[in-house]
Design a binder for this molecule. Structure first.
Ligand code: PBG
Length: 334
């Protein structure tokens, strides 16, 4: 008996032999159209206020956001996700500023839609940028989140955003029943074309730290957490249950968040429902790569592109990522 056959039964390396063949047989590709750029916007003029834990990301005023949006659009990015930085004196326990039709988000939506009508806009539906306690909903005297009261407010917030002209509302609050309530409120307001991107499987994650620094909800939140509404990281089947409910209630697209640590969920959701499935590579994931690259420990661009491709391979149709501009620039150069 010979220890080795005279030649291997198969030679997968044939398909890896040269770059032409590798390009021909590649199953998944990243395109600028796959990328959604999250941005932080604040009141004022001429302001670019860097987020220390997110190198390359800043909280900008509208005049500074416009050129960024133009570049994104030029590079083939099809959508921006807007996150407001609300002044402390406009926050209260009910997050009332969220319903102001002349508030920061509606004004920025109107300005961006008139400057760049073909660039889709996504707005977050949740109260955390607006509440003095930093929770996504309203709370009782014991600090417990009041689900149904919150849902009523979120539905109004979504209508305010839709009336300002946003293309997609994205409830990121994880209250029960909010997708159905928002869909009903939009229909009743005649906003029948507004799409809902449901943060269906949003986990109670420590990866959101830098985002909470950016919007200033970290200090408001203090030692409190969001574990009574965001999902437990130990659960996978529950994500499918959440997605099923959101689709039944009228979600057009569903989201899994965070990204890399939850690619199994992206895969399972896409396989199970075959619906538009988005993934959010969140602030902490971005911060980790920036930190390692700054130390010279990782090749920034290579790891960024490999990671984004991983989302596609797992089944994501689009990826919210703070790397969107730099990735789109690289794709354009390639
Ligand atoms: C708030 C919201 C959060 C993020 C998006 N929307 C933070 C949170 O739930 O505390 C996190 C995004 C990121 O970390 O990049 N509803």
């Amino acid at each position: 008996m010979t220890l080795f056959a005279p030649f291997p039964a198969g030679r997968p390396r044939r398909l890896r032999r040269d770059s032409a063949t590798r390009d021909l047989v590649r199953e998944h590709r990243l395109h600028a159209h796959d990328l959604i750029l999250p941005v932080f916007v604040q009141e004022g003029q001429g302001l670019t206020d860097p987020v220390p834990s997110m190198p390359g990301v800043a909280r900008v005023s509208l005049d500074r956001l416009l050129p960024q949006a133009e570049e994104a659009h030029r590079l083939g990015i099809r959508a921006l996700a807007l996150f407001p930085v609300i002044q402390a004196d406009r926050k209260d326990p009910e997050g009332r500023e969220a319903l102001n039709p002349d508030g920061l988000v509606p004004r920025v939506v109107r300005a961006l839609k008139s400057a760049l009508p073909d660039l889709a806009l996504i707005t977050d539906v949740a109260l955390d940028p607006y509440t003095s306690h930093g929770q996504d909903g309203v709370i009782d005297a014991q600090g417990r989140i009041l689900n149904d009261e919150t849902v009523g407010i979120l539905a109004q917030q979504a209508v305010v955003q839709a009336e300002a002209g946003v293309d997609v509302v994205a409830p990121s609050d994880m209250m029960d029943g909010r997708i159905g309530a928002i869909r009903q409120a939009l229909e009743a307001a005649g906003q029948i074309h507004t799409r809902i991107l449901a943060y269906s499987a949003k986990y109670a994650s420590a990866y959101y730290g830098p985002f909470r620094d950016a919007v200033g909800s970290a200090t408001n939140l203090g030692k409190a957490d969001k574990k009574t509404y965001q999902m437990d990281p130990g659960n996978g089947d529950e994500a499918l249950h959440e997605v099923a409910m959101d689709i039944a209630e009228g979600a057009d697209m569903v989201m899994v968040k965070p990204g890399v640590a939850y690619l199994d969920i992206v895969y399972r959701v896409k396989q199970a429902f075959k619906r538009p499935t988005f993934a959010y590579q969140v602030s902490g994931e971005y911060a980790m790569l920036k930190a390692a690259a700054a130390q010279g420990w990782l090749d920034h661009d290579a790891v960024m592109m490999e990671t984004l491709l991983g989302f596609k391979r797992a089944g994501a149709d689009a990826i919210l990522t703070y790397h969107a501009l730099e990735a789109a620039r690289l794709l354009r150069g390639a």
